[in-house]
Design a protein around this ligand. Structure first.
Ligand SMILES: O=P(O)(O)O[C@H]1[C@H](O)[C@@H](O)[C@H](O)[C@H](O)[C@@H]1OP(=O)(O)O
Length: 857
């Protein structure tokens, strides 16, 4: 039944041409067993099939020159039934085997092999194998491939080598070659990887959440004695915090036991101990080698919607739950004082500022005294300048009505007689400064002195003025010579001090004033800390238990979102290390992080989208910093998260040499901003229901709101960064026009308007941003979208021949990285769509026949 070795491939039925497919397996020379490595797409009805899908071997693949590669050619009869890893409904046509060394030694990196029948006797056709190194293809090579193709009598496949980076693991690579409009061949490689940040960011965040909550408990205890009503509320709040801490510690302990792959598969999305881990987080890079063009690559991060699956979506997601909770809090806050979310945020900010500034001021005051001791006027001036700046900042941070009103409220919450303060816990002592005496407690007398607070913080400014005046006086007393900081012989100096400084040395004169300043600062800190802690106690007390559940939910969702963002940021940074324009943009303005979501606004997915909206928006509280790694060891390249819930910084270490090449602003640790934006368009059958009978206002509101953020980012970028910093694309449409079209689309009533997603994605790439694609589990709909985006880029940026567009799309969906993603998640190579669902999809999002269906159990 088979053809001869003339090169004509004959199908298993004499009456029709074959639908050929090549399976590639590797024979391990030591173990002598076959490992299926890859499979080509099916080329229908051709005796001269030309395969667009290749085979890749990542660098860590244990291949040696003796490794044998076996190619088996099948004729596929029923594409719909067929599972390419087990071609049950296919007929064997022939096979051929070669060793890696045969290919490496071959002339022109090509091997022509005879296909043999199962008994190994009959030669039934030929197969041509080409070896290709991506990125090293000279024009000649491309022509060479084209020439081969024109022979068109052979089965071809190509081999390529992949690269790998330390934070990114388990690469899956696929290669293809597609025809361009001018009948040349472009080589395309997809590479998908896991990211170790999937686990390391949530682990670090859990540590930080625990630390922050422990600090809150301590601050509540430091409030001192309260009347029974408030004391009971405090006990309850501390108890609840304790429960959250215990739960987080348990989760952390479980996470620390986990080894294995660096991603959470879709089926584990609702597992309790994995709730902080993003779902199915992967990076995907498409690299394109085209004749007469430098290589280009396009990155996207794929991740399941950050959402609290373990907690479920019965009452909706964060966005709805939070606003409902806020409304309820107002009406049920009878047992405590209602503070708005802005007040709560302000209280946290004040607590943070005082905690941060007090030790700074104290250190600077010591530096001032040291400069006085050394009799250095320049040192004095320098220390005074910074001290004055920080003290002003401190006074400014506290100049808020909230502190004043909270002090009054706290006073009212205290029992008639204030017992002495817990001596073990004066904030002054905590920071290593002199303990306060009687002023460190809130006034004990019944009538509250409303002006006292104003006096206390005004004292800080006054005592700073005294220090400044003294330094001025000392300067006036100084001889000109010393002002210029010329070295003065010791004896002369002694004479100067005694003759011009009759009141003793500088330190002695400054010391009482500096001590007074420090005392005033401590006094303010103690009061402000208690006042703000009291505000937070109200907030926590009013919202128990719901508020704490929501806080936990927000922690979970944020953790998933941050892991994805950090992965995207690192990938974007590595890719842009040599792009001066990009680095400039990075430190001058920051980067857009654009999330595309395909969730439907119906049933449970509404809740996911409501979670995701808050999670993505919370990312604006994150900044990045680049640091120099201690060593080049991969462990030292792990990003580190620092901060607290209202602001986190992710420090990204780079190897010394790479770090040295950065602009000095970045090297100096400038905080690098990100601007998260989210666009959602539901595409499945659930969205059809939502569009017809449901409510799509959530999606409309998200898209409109995020369009505004994107638009204002573009405006500030245009103000600060020259347009040359942005990347060049073949598609020349002006960014302003693209934004204008997006702006129109987000207000137009059009069902399943996926154009919104395409435009937002294009704008993000044009803005040098970080691209994310998401759906519930980032497995099925995400795969359709990512492959579509890749083929659209090949069409718009690399002149993909239009006859190859659907073939390329089908190849990627059938054999590309995304079907491997499905396999990794559910151990089955089928997208989880049924016919009904697919009918509802926009056509271009439908996968090829045979690649979807019910998951085999
Ligand atoms: O990756 P997704 O598109 O979120 O996977 C969905 C799929 O779209 C849908 O058709 C199917 O019924 C499942 O709900 C998939 O979600 P899983 O989270 O179960 O993979």
């Amino acid at each position: 039944e088979l053809g001869t070795n003339q090169g004509d491939l004959i199908g298993s039925g004499r009456d029709r041409t074959p639908n050929a497919l090549v399976q590639v397996a590797v024979i391990d020379p030591r173990e002598q067993y076959l490992v299926s490595q890859a499979c080509t797409e099916i080329v229908e009805g051709s005796r001269d099939p030309l395969f667009l899908t290749g085979v890749t071997f990542p660098p860590e693949y244990p291949a040696s020159p003796e490794t044998l590669v076996k190619l088996t050619v099948y004729d596929v009869r029923d594409k719909a039934r067929d599972n390419v890893s087990k071609p049950l409904s296919s007929s064997f046509l022939g096979s051929a085997t070669f060793s890696v060394s045969d290919l490496l030694r071959s002339k022109d990196d090509q091997l022509t092999l005879n296909l043999r029948s199962s008994d190994g006797v009959l030669a039934v056709g030929t197969v041509l194998v080409s070896r290709v190194n991506m990125g090293e293809m000279e024009e000649g090579d491309m022509d060479h491939i084209t020439a081969d193709v024109q022979q068109a009598q052979k089965v071809r496949t190509c081999v390529c080598v992949c690269e790998c980076e330390s934070l990114f693991k388990n690469p899956v690579c696929k290669v293809y070659k597609f025809q361009t409009v001018d009948s040349k061949w472009m080589l395309v490689r997809e590479q998908m990887e896991e990211c170790t940040l999937s686990f390391s960011i949530p682990r670090q965040l859990l540590h930080l959440y625990i630390q922050e909550d422990m600090r809150r408990i301590q601050e509540l205890r430091d409030l001192g004695e309260l009347s029974p009503h408030w004391d009971n509320l405090r006990k309850e709040v501390i108890g609840r915090y304790g429960q959250v801490i215990a739960a987080y510690q348990e989760t952390l302990a479980e996470l620390n036991k986990i080894t294995g792959p660096s991603f959470k598969p879709s089926c584990s999305k609702a597992q309790r101990y994995l709730e902080f881990i993003p779902i199915n987080l992967h990076t995907q890079r498409m690299r394109v080698t085209c004749p007469r063009q430098t290589d280009a690559f396009y990155d996207v991060i794929t991740v399941g919607a950050p959402a609290a699956h373990f907690q479920g979506f019965k009452g909706g997601g964060l966005q709805r739950l939070l606003s409902r909770h806020e409304a309820e809090k107002k009406s049920t806050a009878y047992q405590c004082i209602y503070y708005s979310p802005e007040h709560t945020a302000k209280a946290q900010e004040v607590l943070h500022s005082v905690g941060h500034l007090q030790p700074l001021i104290s250190g600077l005051a010591d530096q001032l005294l040291q400069a006085a001791q050394q009799h250095s006027m320049a040192g004095l001036r320098e220390a005074l300048k910074t001290l004055a700046g920080k003290t002003e900042q401190f006074v400014h941070a506290l100049k808020d009505e909230l502190v004043k009103s909270a002090l009054l409220a706290l006073h009212a919450a205290q029992p008639g007689q204030i017992p002495p303060q817990n001596p073990g816990h004066s904030p002054g002592q905590e920071d290593g400064h002199a303990p306060l005496k009687c002023q460190d407690s809130i006034p004990c007398h019944k009538e509250y002195d409303e002006e006292e607070w104003d006096r206390v913080w005004a004292d800080v400014a006054k005592s700073l003025n005294c220090v400044i005046a003294m330094v001025d006086k000392l300067q006036e007393q100084e001889p000109i010579n010393n002002n210029q900081e010329q070295p003065i012989p010791k004896q002369v100096l002694a004479d100067v001090i005694t003759s011009h400084n009759p009141e003793g040395d500088w330190r002695e004169q400054l010391c009482p004033l500096v001590v007074r300043l420090k005392e005033c600062v401590v006094e303010v800190v103690v009061r402000a800390r208690r006042a703000m802690t009291f505000v937070l106690l109200q907030e926590a007390a009013c919202s128990i238990p719901q508020g704490l559940f929501l806080k936990q939910r927000r922690d979970v969702v944020f953790s998933q979102a941050l892991a994805a963002l950090a992965c995207g940021f690192v990938m974007r940074l590595y890719a842009g290390m040599e792009d001066k324009g990009f680095l400039r943009q990075l430190h001058l303005v920051g980067l857009v992080a654009q999330f595309e979501s395909l969730l439907s606004t119906y049933s449970e997915e509404i809740g996911m989208l409501e979670d995701m909206e808050v999670g993505i928006s919370d990312l604006h509280r994150v900044a990045f910093k680049i640091t120099q790694a201690k060593t080049d060891d991969p462990c030292d390249l792990q990003p580190v998260v620092i901060g607290r819930r209202d602001h986190y910084t992710v420090e990204v270490p780079l190897p010394r040499l790479a770090f040295q090449t950065l602009p000095h602003e970045i090297k100096e640790g400038k905080a690098l901003q990100v601007y998260p934006v989210l666009f959602n368009v539901g595409i499945n059958e659930q969205q059809t229901i939502a569009d017809r009978f449901g409510d799509i206002s959530l999606q409309e509101r998200i898209n409109q709101r995020n369009f505004e953020i994107l638009d204002s980012y573009y405006k500030s970028l245009s103000d600060k960064v020259p347009s040359e910093c942005l990347p060049c694309f073949q598609t020349q449409t002006d960014l302003k026009d693209l934004l204008g079209t997006l702006g129109q689309n987000v207000v137009t009533k059009k069902r399943k308007n996926v154009e919104i997603l395409w435009l937002a994605g294009t704008i993000c790439r044009r803005l040098n941003g970080i691209r994310f694609t998401s759906c519930k589990s980032a497995k099925d709909r995400t795969s359709m979208s990512v492959t579509l985006e890749q083929c659209a880029l090949l069409r718009d940026e690399h002149q993909l021949n239009k006859d190859y567009f659907i073939r390329a799309l089908d190849c990627m969906r059938r054999e590309g990285c995304r079907i491997e993603n499905v396999q990794k998640n559910i151990k089955c190579r089928k997208y989880a769509f049924n016919m009904l669902q697919l009918m509802a999809f926009p056509k271009i999002y439908r996968p090829p026949e045979g690649t979807y269906g019910k998951v085999d159990s």
